[in-house]
Write a protein that binds this ligand. Structure first.
Ligand code: PLP
Ligand code: ZN
Length: 480
C-alpha cells in the first residue's frame, strides 16, 4: 500500500499490513486487520531541527502558548495539526529531579536516580501530555463531544481540556463524557471531573468493563474517543521523553522505568526514542522497564511466563486470546491499591511489546506492599506521588536487587501522578497502627505493614505537653 501524500498520516502497526489512513480519519484500529494505529511521519516533509538542543531556543519566546507548553515546544516531532488547532493548557511544565533518598532506598548512587515528576501537570498527571494532542486532533476533525473510560486520571484530564475548550467560545466547545467503574476511582480524581463539569457515568463494574462500553458507545453515537487506543494521545506522551533528555542535557539515560496500566506511556516512549534514533538525533535507545502491579499483571504473565514477544510484528495473537479466555473463565479481576494501573486488559499491549523489543526491555510486577513502601520514600523527597506512580521505584528496587540494573547506570523513573490524587491512602499508611492498619489495607495485595509510616503525634491541648513532646524523641518514628 502506498503512503498517502501527506507529511503525517496514520498507519497500521502491523508491518505485514501497513495500511495507511489520513489524519482526518477518526478511527482507533486498522480497517484492514483490526490492529492498533500509529501516527506516522514522512520526515522528509517535516522540518526537524538537526540537533535536539535547538528546541531550547523556544524558551526565549515562552509567551507564545505553544512554546510555553512542554508538549508543543517539540511540535516538529509531533506535527499533527496546524498551530491554530492546538489546545494547550500549559501541560508539560514538569521536572526531572535527582532523588538521593530514592537512590539509597533502591541501592544506587545518589546522583544516578532521577524522578520525572509528571504529577506537576495542570490536572495532576502525565495524561495531560496526551490529552492536549488528542484534543488538538479532535478539533481538526470538528468533534464536539469527547469521551473516555478511566481509572481516574484520564477523566480528570479530559474534563480539564473540555473546560478549556469551552472558554474558546460556544462553537469551539467540546463536551466531556467520562465512564468510570463504580467505587474504584480515587476521590481526588472523581472530584476533578465533577468540578470541571464533565458528564460522569459510573458503571457498575471495573475499568475493563467501562473500557468495553465506552468503545461501543462512542461508535454508536459518533463521540470522539480519547482513551490511549487513540494514537494521537501517544504522540503527546512522547514529549515526556524529550523533556527527560532535555533535563539531562540531551544525554540518553541507561534506563527508563515506568508503571504500566493500559501501556500507553511505555508504547509512546518506545516510539519517541525509535524516531529520534531514526532521525539521527540520539546515538542509542535507553533500556525500558515496565512495572505492573502483581494484582494486575497481564503483561508480566504474558511476557515473562508465556514468552510473548513482538517478534517484528508477528506476535502470537492466539496466545493472547487464550490468556484472556482463561482469565474470563477464572473470573480473574484486577485488584491493586494502585488504582491507576488496575487494568487486566491493557489496550496497548502490542505497542508495548514493540517498545520492549526496540528498547531491549524488561517487565516485572510488584506487590502493593512494595508499592506503598516505595511511595513513602518518594514522598520524603518533598514531591510525593499517588500509589501507581511509585510502582516504578518499587520495580527499580527489585531490578537492582536482582542485578538487572547495577551501580553506575543512570536511571529515570517516571512519576506519573500527583500526591494529592489519593491522599486517603497516604493518610491511612501514615496514621493507622498495627491491627487497624492491617484491617484497613487487608483487601490489597500482600499489604501487612506500614513500616515507613511517619505517625502524627497525638498531644493534649496543653503548652507544657506540646513542649515536652517536641523536646523529646518526637522524631523517633522517622528512622524506624
Ligand atoms: C494512567 C496512569 C498510569 C498508567 O499509564 P499507562 O500509559 O496506561 O500504562 C500510571 N500511573 C498513573 C498515575 C496514571 O494516571
Ligand atoms: Zn492493519
Amino acid at each position: 500500500m502506498n503512503a498517502p501524500a501527506e507529511a503525517a498520516f496514520q498507519r497500521c502497526i502491523d508491518p505485514a499490513c501497513g495500511a495507511t489512513y489520513a489524519l482526518s480519519e477518526v478511527r482507533t484500529v486498522c480497517g484492514q486487520c483490526g490492529e492498533l494505529l500509529d501516527v506516522a511521519y514522512d520526515w522528509n516533509r517535516q522540518t526537524v531541527p538537526q540537533k535536539l538542543s535547538a528546541f531550547e531556543r523556544k524558551y526565549a519566546t515562552r509567551r507564545y502558548p505553544l512554546h510555553y507548553s512542554g508538549v508543543w515546544r517539540f511540535k516538529e516531532l509531533l506535527n499533527i495539526a496546524p498551530d491554530d488547532k492546538v489546545l494547550t493548557i500549559g501541560e508539560g511544565q514538569t521536572q526531572l529531579r535527582p532523588e538521593p533518598e530514592v537512590a539509597r532506598y533502591v541501592g544506587l548512587h545518589a546522583k544516578e536516580v532521577f524522578l520525572q515528576y509528571e504529577g506537576l501537570n495542570p490536572s495532576g498527571s502525565f495524561k495531560d501530555n496526551g490529552m492536549s494532542a488528542a484534543f488538538t486532533h479532535a478539533r481538526t476533525v470538528g468533534a464536539h463531544r469527547a469521551a473516555c473510560a478511566s481509572t481516574g486520571n484520564t477523566s480528570s484530564s479530559l474534563a480539564a481540556y473540555a473546560a478549556a475548550s469551552a472558554a474558546l467560545g460556544p462553537d469551539q466547545r467540546m463536551e466531556a463524557v467520562v465512564f468510570v467503574g463504580s467505587g474504584r476511582i480515587a476521590l481526588g480524581k472523581l472530584s476533578q471531573g465533577l468540578d470541571y463539569g464533565a458528564k460522569t457515568v459510573q458503571i457498575m463494574g471495573r475499568f475493563d468493563d467501562a473500557m468495553k462500553r465506552v468503545q461501543e458507545v462512542t461508535k454508536a453515537l459518533g463521540i470522539y474517543l480519547v482513551n490511549s487506543v487513540n494514537p494521537f494521545r501517544l504522540e503527546g506522551q512522547k514529549t515526556i521523553m524529550y523533556r527527560v533528555l532535555e533535563a539531562l542535557e540531551w544525554d540518553v539515560p541507561d534506563w527508563i522505568v515506568v508503571p504500566g496500566g493500559n501501556l500507553g506511556n511505555s508504547s509512546a516512549f518506545g516510539k519517541a526514542f525509535q524516531e529520534l534514533k531514526a532521525l539521527g538525533l540520539i546515538p542509542r535507545l535507553p533500556r525500558l522497564a515496565v512495572v505492573v502491579a502483581r494484582g494486575a499483571d497481564t503483561l508480566q504473565r504474558l511476557y515473562n511466563e508465556q514468552g510473548l514477544r513482538w517478534n517484528g510484528g508477528k506476535y502470537d495473537k492466539d496466545l493472547v486470546k487464550k490468556f484472556y479466555a482463561q482469565m474470563d473463565k477464572e473470573k480473574r479481576e484486577a485488584n491493586t491499591i494502585a488504582s491507576a494501573i488496575e487494568i487486566n486488559r491493557p489496550v496497548n499491549l502490542p505497542k508495548c511489546l514493540r517498545a520492549l523489543e526496540w528498547m531491549n526491555g524488561v517487565v516485572l510486577s510488584c506487590s502493593d506492599q512494595e508499592i506503598l513502601d516505595a511511595k513513602a520514600i518518594v514522598g520524603r523527597g518533598g514531591l510525593g506521588c499517588e500509589p501507581a506512580s511509585a510502582a516504578g521505584v518499587a520495580g527499580l528496587k527489585r531490578l537492582v536487587a536482582d542485578g538487572v540494573i547495577s551501580k553506575g547506570e543512570r536511571v529515570v523513573c517516571i512519576v506519573t501522578g500527583h500526591h494529592l490524587k489519593a491522599s486517603d491512602v497516604t493518610v491511612g499508611y501514615h496514621s493507622l497502627h498495627g491491627e487497624d492498619f492491617k484491617h484497613e489495607f487487608a483487601r490489597y495485595d500482600g499489604v501487612t505493614t506500614n513500616k515507613l509510616a511517619n505517625y502524627p503525634v497525638q498531644v493534649k491541648n496543653d503548652l507544657n505537653e506540646i513542649l515536652r513532646v517536641l523536646g523529646e524523641g518526637a522524631h523517633g518514628s522517622w528512622d524506624a
